[in-house]
Design a protein around this ligand. Structure first.
Ligand code: PLP
Length: 372
């Protein structure tokens, strides 16, 4: 904490979620140790990427894997890999619209604020469907010789009007078009590390290293098809090519490997039990307050099985004041506000990012904010 306070910054207790704007997540000791270890000596970065990729592939039961500087970077790199097939002539011609496919197909229901990563790889988005429905013929008709890939954003929190992934894979495969799954925040369950690529048939899946994996904030994981992953790697640092700006350093690579290894070996059921116990304790502790209805939810904001408490409030002025008070507190208690239609209805608090002793601080701060 002292580095932040030296800069005059307020500490934050994160009862919201793995927001990049709050620092993502906190690295456990094993991850910090791996980074410290890697920081202590030089290494051939090409060899490191290949060896770490091999280890990450084994850990995640995939054919191949690649450590990147974030999930958004992994999206850029996967698309550059697919477009260039690793061929330096295409890379030199970047954005090489004459030589490389220039469109990515996305469901309207999958448009997210991370779309900028797609433009950065030199392609445009061709949208299918709308926010109410999508037909399989729309995907069939959208595939042309310009199509680089279909980008499928995973998660039950999205409007459930996209084609099922299995249908997308079937149609895309039949036309020789690769499918990339953006699964940045789709952990847990741990099985998703191999589900999309090994079971659902996608060519590539990309994850944030700095969210539930608790790796370095600036790390990401790409898994899947070995040819695409090698072609992606050909675009990244230490090659002085198009994605050189998205460098994952030796420390990030080491931290990501340690984080994935730790995540795979976690007792996820026990962890889930602890989270449920915290949410139950919060619900008990916040019971019986006038105009406040706390209730447990089993899925987090990304639709994943991480329980949280929804603190609904009938008076929106009071809810807005409570949010302001939590934000102004020291330490600040970050929560996920419910601002539907621009009006404060309450907020969610989650147990998964808390340090020892913080659950009680969160409960006390919330109680004080909603009763003041
Ligand atoms: C967080 C997120 C990203 C970006 O991940 P970084 O690791 O921060 O680059 C991309 N897509 C989705 C769906 C996300 O939730």
């Amino acid at each position: 904490m002292s580095f932040y306070s030296d800069l005059g910054l307020k500490p934050v207790i994160n009862a919201a979620t793995t927001f990049t704007a709050l620092g993502g997540s906190l690295m456990p000791e094993e991850v910090l140790e791996a980074m410290r270890d890697a920081a202590g000596s030089f290494v051939d970065m090409h060899d490191l990427h290949l060896a770490a990729g091999k280890r990450l592939a084994e850990l995640t039961r995939n054919d191949a894997a690649y450590a990147t500087s974030g999930c958004a970077a992994a999206l850029v790199l996967a698309l550059l890999g697919i477009r260039s097939k690793g061929d330096p002539r295409v890379l030199r011609e970047f954005p090489g619209r004459d030589l490389a496919p220039s469109e990515v197909i996305m469901h309207a229901a999958h448009r997210i604020p991370y779309d900028a990563a797609i433009a950065m790889s030199g392609v445009t988005i061709r949208q299918i469907g709308n926010i109410q429905q999508t037909f399989d013929w729309e995907l069939e008709a959208a595939i042309t010789e310009k199509t680089a890939a279909v980008l499928y954003v995973a998660g039950s929190h999205l409007p459930q009007v996209a084609l099922p992934l299995s249908e997308v894979v079937r149609i895309a495969k039949s036309r020789g078009v690769p499918v990339i799954v953006d699964a940045a925040a789709q952990l847990p369950p741990m099985e998703n590390l191999w589900h999309f690529t090994r079971e659902a048939g996608a060519d590539v899946a990309v994850f944030s290293g700095g969210k539930a994996l608790r790796g370095p904030q600036a790390s990401g994981l790409m898994v899947g098809n070995a040819e695409i992953i090698e072609a992606a790697r050909q675009n990244g640092a230490p090659f002085q090519r198009w994605a050189r700006a998205m460098k994952a350093g030796k420390e990030e690579v080491a931290g990501l490997v340690a984080a994935v290894e730790r995540f795979i070996n976690l007792d996820h059921a026990a962890l889930h039990g602890q989270w449920l116990a915290t949410v139950d304790a919060w619900r008990e502790g916040l019971r019986g307050l006038d105009g406040v209805s706390p209730h447990a939810e089993l899925l987090n904001e990304a639709g994943q099985p991480v329980p949280r408490l929804y603190v609904g409030m009938t008076d929106s002025g009071r809810a807005a004041r409570a949010l302001a008070e939590l934000e102004g507190a020291s330490p600040r208690v970050a929560v996920l506000p419910d601002l539907r239609n621009g009006t404060a209805h309450g907020f969610w608090i989650g147990p998964d990012l808390l340090q020892d002793g913080e659950a009680q601080i969160v409960q006390d701060a919330v109680r004080s904010a909603i009763t003041n």
